[in-house]
Design a protein around this ligand. Structure first.
Ligand SMILES: NC(=O)c1ccc[n+]([C@@H]2O[C@H](COP(=O)([O-])OP(=O)(O)OC[C@H]3O[C@@H](n4cnc5c(N)ncnc54)[C@H](O)[C@@H]3O)[C@@H](O)[C@H]2O)c1
Length: 393
């Protein structure tokens, strides 16, 4: 079900947490949060099990564009048939029904509208990465995150790396100056997999194969490589100034997304980040790597193996191989804790907007085969619009 070969969450440990009873049993009436799942595909079903295993949530509604998928998930999660919705506007009916929070696991194109509507409807939001496919979408999520804070709602973007203690501590040390002045970074995302479909022009067919449809996925630099670029911008702790890029579609058919990108980013204070990502190459081991070199040492991070700092002030960090699951579990715990404690700072939103815009900047620079500035990108009104003609409302 997942794009990479992960061992899914059999051994999920629940963390203890301090709950303010007045909050826990105030607005919600119980410490169990009533959830609606929007997007009943691979990730949606997988993460729904983790929510359920935590025993802090109960799924009471679900929606998917495709009725059979929504029904299958409703059956699995014991959701009543009359709270199972389909079609493009099914999620709106879900929002009108009694849910405290939504888990959005649809393709990226739909995230901004669905998340903004959820906040408007007064629901807490747990959102899959990437947040959007274009700058308009990123701005929409930024505004929705702020509105959530104003409305005392929790809005959490599910990046697993940001939830990991070793990543957190290592990046904290970099920001405290342990590497000295940062000189250069490398971010890489190689993957042996990746479907090779081309859009057909049939809207339903293309929604099934959305990953290869640029306006729905945002291309794989946004849809997948965001994991590497999110760590890079987290470490860099600043917006890029510009990017220059290249890449292409050598292994995928015409009309499909690209299969390789090579982008150089320029950040303030002469910090350079070199990014590459490639798909569809048999034998490529799983790696989502980000290294930064500073005057005093190097931080080396990989989603699949661990985090370490070498140099004058070293940090032994830690090894791990289950971040796909443990990161999601940690985010599920944090989401519940924030709802119970009334913590509405929504700190995952701004960094997610930054890294998503950085990925889009790289994509646009590569498509252009030249330079694109951050300023022109963040203010861009260009919107990616898929063909939704003929889809059921
Ligand atoms: N490590 C991670 O954080 C991670 C891993 C996998 C997927 N994801 C993210 O999860 C999201 C979903 O990915 P997936 O792999 O589950 O895809 P998927 O295709 O398996 O599932 C998506 C589901 O959404 C449904 N859908 C499409 N448009 C819809 C709409 N407008 N309204 C309601 N439902 C709609 C589809 O029918 C499908 O069932 C993506 O944003 C992806 O990037 C994140």
């Amino acid at each position: 079900m997942n794009r990479r070969t992960f061992i899914s969450g059999a051994a999920v440990a629940g963390a203890t947490m301090a709950v303010q009873p007045s909050v826990a049993f105030g607005t919600l009436g119980s410490s169990k949060v009533n959830l609606g799942l929007i997007g009943c595909g691979g990730r949606g079903n997988w993460i729904a099990d983790l929510f359920a295993q935590s025993d802090k949530y109960r799924f009471v509604a679900c929606s998917d564009y495709f009725e059979d998928r929504a029904k299958a998930t409703a059956g699995r999660l014991q959701i009543p048939a009359d709270r199972c919705y389909s079609g493009l506007s099914g999620y709106r009916r879900l929002l009108d029904s009694k849910v405290d929070a939504v888990v959005i696991e649809t393709p990226p194109y739909f995230h901004p509208q669905q998340a903004a509507d959820a906040v408007e409807a007064g629901k807490h939001v747990f959102l899959a990465k990437p947040i959007a496919v274009d700058a308009w979408g990123c701005r929409t999520i930024a505004a929705a995150g702020k509105k959530a804070t104003d409305k005392k709602l929790v809005f959490l973007v599910d990046f697993q790396t940001r939830a990991n203690e070793f990543y957190q501590e290592a990046v904290r040390r970099v920001h405290a100056g342990d590497l000295g002045r940062l000189v250069m970074g490398e971010a890489n995302y190689p993957w042996e997999g990746g479907p090779k479909d081309a859009p057909t022009g049939n809207a339903e067919q293309d929604l099934r194969n959305w990953y290869c449809v640029l306006p729905i996925s945002g291309d794989f630099i946004v849809e997948q490589s965001i994991h590497a670029l999110d760590v890079a911008t987290w470490i860099a702790d600043r917006d890029p100034i510009r990017a220059a890029g290249t890449g292409g579609r050598t292994l995928r058919p015409q009309g499909s997304i690209w299969d390789h990108f090579a982008v150089t980013y320029w950040f303030p204070e002469d910090l350079i980040v070199s990014f590459t990502s490639i798909q569809c190459i048999p034998g490529v081991p799983d790696e989502i790597r980000c290294k930064f070199f500073g005057a005093e040492g190097v931080i080396d991070t990989d989603y699949f193996s661990g985090v370490i700092i070498r140099g004058r002030k070293s940090y032994k960090g830690g090894r791990f191989d289950q971040l796909y699951t443990t990161g999601a579990v940690a985010n599920i715990e944090t989401f519940h804790r924030c709802i119970m404690e009334g913590s509405y700072a929504n700190e995952t939103v701004a960094p997610s907007v930054r890294s998503n815009l950085t990925a889009i900047l790289g994509r646009e620079a590569a498509y252009k085969g030249g330079d694109v500035t951050w300023e022109s990108l963040v203010n861009s009104d260009v919107r990616l619009e898929p063909n939704l003609k003929g889809l059921k409302s």
